[in-house]
Design a protein around this ligand. Structure first.
Ligand code: ADP
Length: 689
């Protein structure tokens, strides 16, 4: 048998050249900030350096990543460099997927998974070192971890080291947050990058990127091209158009070309292709989301095409509405994108916007996620930690969220029984916090367990968490005509019931991949939902009091109108309730922020024979695209709504926020930064995570 090829020798990266300096700083300080260019080796080398220097003798090294794709990719790389199988000494853990063993001493994990681990082990004693990587991304979970680390280093003064790494972060600000901890600046080896600006914003940035790419291919010397797009849809379009144009290029380039997509929902085996060198005499075009800005370093790029946009999910606490917008990037992001062209030799960056836009319209830095997200899950998490002296409004955040969004979170948690009228976490809230789901779904599961329909609720939660896109209800038949597919229709009760029916039908088929393709459903997504369901079953069986019935089966026989499940959903989504308007089919949301909304066109819910929709529905999310829509809705009974309305009447926000009505000095008074955006209707799953 041929022997396996030896692992590549670890590269000498800027970080490695500063090994002694880094180790000396870590030896002498509980917290160290490391700032270094993207690609300088922060993610792959720091953990190995500390491992070599004995830091794993007393515990493992945790390296957090804001994105799942980076946790998987970087751990794979480190395992390869150390010549060990992934999952042994080096492993990763992301939500619903744990590839570690008791031998794992370097563990890459998403920041959300580390937060969850701290619930069962608040001192995180299993770790001797915690590296918060990619802190410049300012993900919600990393920001919360920064606050928690501040507490933890005083509790574990002698045996915990915290490193915070970043490509762009304002080191002094973080250092100040950690009482003046040292900041190590690792000089990079960035070559100059020449920047070219467009004279005006293109009307179609895909077309414009395409033209620029073809121009580079025809006229420029060898060197790979990195093209930034906003999401999977744009990338798919761009890849196929680019391949087509390259083939039809009249004055062909003297080089071959290879076009590769790169985004978070790409299967891992396709992701790794971007790390392999190009075949001889071939130019690679990598069409990527902002995952290639700093999270994943693609080598050998010489040309960058930057459309100047990014897809961003933003939450407005005053309307409870999400919008998924294509927004302008910040100057820091634009500089990061340009920098990707100068890692191996001098490069060129084509900015598809005028210099004046860069200078005057772009924000200096991206708004941290904590200031543009719903905080219900994070506040519940913080409450469940039982930290002494904690008043959520006064938690020590690097950049505090607005008072309005904290109060919004408290209200939501109160309406679904996670906290009581005094803002104290309830028993139900504690169980909810242990489930790796958003609060509404956790609450639904707990209620479903009480009502005897846990099995169905688990299927719904799993399929929602796997973010399966019901791509279309139509598919091509042999004659090329489009014919209606036989996807279940929710029996007139809405999308959650449809999702349940889909899962149950798939279960009945014996999890047959052909069933998925016959119904135009992605096999990978459906398999993930099955895994997620299994894991949720294990977790709920561990934490639920009393017996649980978790087996999937056709549920309609016993409860033809799905009353139990719909009731559980009504309790779980008690903060996301809407009432039909009397004279037409629009709805208004019920609660402290009434809002006119419509049923999303993708919904299976239809009006009755007179075109009337149900009086009350609960919704999974409100999303503002061309207009405000409720997505994933379920019809509920008026009788189930009454207790929620009563709770709403009693709700006193001062009381649930612990009576403190004085805003903190550092708290921003106005939290919504209006980032100029393009209006498009996009799926949540299109944002890379
Ligand atoms: P930083 O965290 O400072 O941005 P990294 O440690 O991620 O830098 O990257 C250092 C080097 O390792 C880069 O040259 C990058 O291309 C390479 N690298 C990182 N991940 C992978 C991977 N999965 N496969 C191959 N090379 C990788």
């Amino acid at each position: 048998m041929p022997s396996p090829s030896p692992p590549p020798a670890p590269p000498v990266l800027p970080i490695s050249e500063h090994e002694d300096e880094i180790v000396a700083a870590v030896d002498a300080n509980p917290v160290v900030v490391v700032i270094g260019e993207t690609g300088s080796g922060k993610s792959t080398q720091l953990s190995q350096i500390l491992h070599r220097r004995g830091y794993t003798r007393r515990g493992a090294i945790a390296v957090t990543q804001p994105r799942r794709v980076a946790a998987v990719s970087v751990s794979r790389r480190v395992a390869q460099e150390l010549g060990v199988p992934l999952g042994d000494e080096v492993g990763y853990a992301i939500r619903f997927e744990d590839r570690t063993s008791e031998r794992t001493c370097i563990k890459y994990l998403t920041d959300g998974v580390l937060l969850r681990e701290s619930l069962s082990n608040p001192e995180l004693k299993q770790y001797s070192v915690i590296i918060l990587d990619e802190a410049h991304e300012r993900s919600l979970n990393t920001d919360i971890l920064l606050g928690l680390m501040k507490r933890l280093i005083t509790e574990r003064a002698s045996d915990l080291k915290v490193l915070i790494t970043s490509a762009t972060l304002d080191g002094l600000k973080v250092s100040k947050f950690f009482s003046g901890c040292p900041v190590l600046n690792i000089p990079g080896t960035l070559f100059p990058v020449e920047k070219f600006y467009s004279t005006e914003r293109p009307t179609n940035y895909i077309e414009s990127s395409l033209r620029t790419a073809i121009d580079i291919h025809a006229k420029e010397p060898p060197g790979d091209v990195l093209i930034f797009m906003t999401g999977k849809d744009d990338i798919d379009k761009m890849v196929s158009k680019l391949e087509e144009r390259i083939q039809n290029l009249e004055e062909g380039s003297c080089m071959d070309a290879l076009v590769l997509p790169l985004h978070g929902s790409l299967p891992p085996e396709l992701q790794v292709r971007v790390f392999a060198p190009a075949p001889p005499n071939c130019r690679r075009f990598i069409v990527a989301t902002n995952v290639a800005e700093t999270s994943l370093t693609v080598d050998r790029v010489v040309f960058v095409i930057d459309c100047g946009y990014v897809k961003q999910r933003q939450y407005n606490p005053s309307s409870g509405m999400y919008s998924l917008d294509v927004v302008q990037i910040s100057r820091v992001q634009a500089d990061q994108r340009a920098g990707r062209a100068g890692r191996t030799r001098p490069g060129k960056c084509y900015r598809l916007y005028p210099m004046s836009v860069y200078e005057k319209e772009f924000l200096e830095a991206t708004v941290p996620e904590i200031q543009r997200s719903s905080l219900a899950g994070s506040v519940l998490y913080l409450k469940s930690l039982n930290l002494p002296d904690i008043n959520i409004l006064k938690f020590d955040f690097l950049d505090p969220p607005s008072r309005e969004s904290l109060e919004d979170a408290l209200r939501q948690l109160y309406l679904i029984d996670a906290i009581d009228e005094n803002g104290q976490i309830t028993e139900v809230g504690r169980i909810m916090a242990e489930l790796p789901l958003e609060p509404s779904l956790s609450r639904t599961l707990i209620e479903a367990n009480e009502l005897g329909c846990l099995s169905q609720a688990l299927s719904v939660a799993a399929i929602l968490s796997a973010e399966i896109t019901l791509r279309s209800t139509r598919s091509k038949d042999v004659g090329g005509k489009r014919k209606k597919q036989e996807l279940p229709d929710g029996s007139g009760w809405g999308d959650h019931i449809q999702l349940l029916q889909i899962f149950e039908s798939w279960d009945q088929s014996g999890y047959d991949p052909k069933w998925c393709s016959d119904h135009d459903l992605q096999v990978r997504g459906m398999k993930l939902s099955k895994d997620v369901r299994n894991q949720l079953c294990q977790i709920i069986q561990k934490i639920a009091k009393g017996p649980t019935d978790v087996h999937a089966r056709k549920s309609r026989k016993n409860d033809p109108d799905y009353r139990k499940l719909r009731r559980a959903l009504c309790v779980g989504y008690g903060n996301q309730l809407a009432e039909r308007m009397l004279h037409h089919n629009g709805y208004h949301t019920v609660g402290y922020r009434a809002q006119l909304v419509q049923v999303h066109p993708s919904s299976v819910l239809e009006g009755d024979e007179y075109g009337k929709f149900p009086m009350y529905v609960v919704y999974h999310e409100l999303i503002s695209t061309t207009r405000p829509y409720m997505r994933n809705i379920c019809a509920v009974d008026q009788a189930w709504v009454e207790p929620i309305l009563k709770k709403l009447q009693k709700l006193d926000v001062n009381q649930i926020s612990g009576g403190s009505s004085e805003p903190k000095d550092s708290e921003p008074q106005d939290k919504h930064v209006n980032v100029p955006k393009k209006a498009v209707d996009v799926q949540q799953s299109e944002v890379d995570s």
